[in-house]
Design a protein around this ligand. Sequence first.
Ligand code: DGT
Ligand code: CA
Ligand code: CA
Length: 577
Amino acid sequence: MAVTNADIAAAFERVADLLELQDANPFRVRAYRNAARRIGELKLDLAARVAAGEGLPKLPGIGTDLAGKIEELAKTGRLALLERLQRQVPAGVTELLQVPGLGPKRVRALYEELHVHSLPQLLRAARDGRIRALPGFGEKTERRIAEAIAARLAAGKRFKLAVAAQYAAVLIEHLRRAPSVREVVAAGSLRRAKETVGDIDLLATADDGAAVVRHFTRHPDAAQVLAAGDTRGSIVLRSGLQVDLRVVPPASFGAALLYFTGSKARNIRLRNLAQERGLKLNEYGLFDGARAVAAATEEQIYAALGLPWIAPELREDRGEIEAARRNALPRLVELADLQGDLHVHTKWSDGTATIEEMARSARERGLRYIAVSEHSRRLTVAHGLDTAQLAKQRDEIDRVNARLADIAVLAGIEVDVLEDGTLDLPDSALARLDIVIAAVHSKFNLPRARQTARVLAALDNPHVKILAHPLGRLIDQRDPYDIDMLAVIRKCKARGVALEVNAHPDRLDLTDVYCRMAKDEGARLAIDSDAHSVHEFDNLVHGVGQARRGWLEKGDVVNALALAELRAWLAGRKEAR
Ligand code: DGT
Ligand code: CA
Ligand code: CA
């Protein structure tokens, strides 16, 4: 693990905090703080210098003692002094220091006067009104402390991609109105379309960084400002979601975007690749000594490293750099490649819109077909349909098709897979439909062998064309069921069944890793919204994100087929791939 200047600065800050908690000599405390600030602002990579055996440059305020500490951190990633100090102060107390507005003096007052040793204790003290009585605190501080802890406790949690994307869109819009700002883009896990996001990372270019940061921290949804400087700001939204902003000059936009998009593992790989060529890569650019070889765009930096541009969704160090070297990167599927959506609900079961309304909404988004696929009768909570209702629904589908041009509505069903692997509707009913989607909605806890056998049996039904949300997981709520996914994928491949990439924000199922496994096995996939309202076609983009993270190309996706080709696939004929 490479040690960054930021790591060294953070360790020194921490030492200063702990020294202060112990009432150490204020000059010593200040020396660590000043050093932390200086190192944080330094462009030169200290660890790289140490690794190259060059020794540290002379830095103002950093004497031999501190230089020794830097070398220790750079070489080992650890600092004995910090570890010793951490042992001397109760663990919970140092956690209190991370509450914004609580410096070492206040923390000392809290644990000496109120015997507060942890965040929950502090929250209780604030809510009981015991903090305002301490000298130097007051009611306002007490309230701020309570809010900050509540946000912090929420901050441990990750946010679903679709939720984070909505917040990001609002903040990007806000930042575009900041003085002197040029580009504003999302970076981090959000740009990589990871299924959950720890915090949002935004990147802007501007001439006046401080003004942009100020504008950012004044967003009305900011409950807390963690940092506000010339080049970076950090806020916590009312929801508890943290947002980091970096502002860089246009000349280093590409380098900063490359760095802050990550992932961390990928950054390290790329940095090593640069080192092998005698170059140095950081968030400011790719350097040959002091000369910037490339910095303004990601493409230029990749090119200088002998690589084609790699899409953000692939940047997880899962073989993409090797593929890029062999010129074997996938041409990833795009939202615009989707011709239709094969999993859509309407008022006939638990949706909120009519068939016609859903068809019109799909058409507005440029789709050419949808399949109406309600739940089947067993799923009574979702008003599942029986054979007679399906026949009536088919009449309405015919009427809508007669009325609307440029969009086709297919008659489908999301039929329940029963415990024994049979389907919830007779074959005679399924045979009359254009498309049959099989889905598990019950008995999630069957043992692996039985769950697998159940789904394999369902896939043997000749009418089934899509396996819906194959893992059955709900993000943060329900684990995937225990199933042999490789066996399921192979069966799908053998039977010509597509595995769904369900784009619902709670599902994103199949996940990226299994998308890739399916592709490697030669199976095909269907990226579907599972929309229950006209707005939920918006979620398709997140399904596409998972598909891209799973290296899928247009040819892997059945609903990237034009309608005629799709019909051929449904009819079981072999169409050209
Ligand atoms: P998240 O927020 O947990 O969903 O994941 P990320 O990937 O957004 O991570 P985050 O927000 O901590 O940092 C954003 C990017 O900045 C990360 O993907 C890579 C880069 N980065 C941050 N810290 C480090 C680090 O210590 N070393 C390296 N090489 N890159 C880092
Ligand atoms: Ca992040
Ligand atoms: Ca971040």
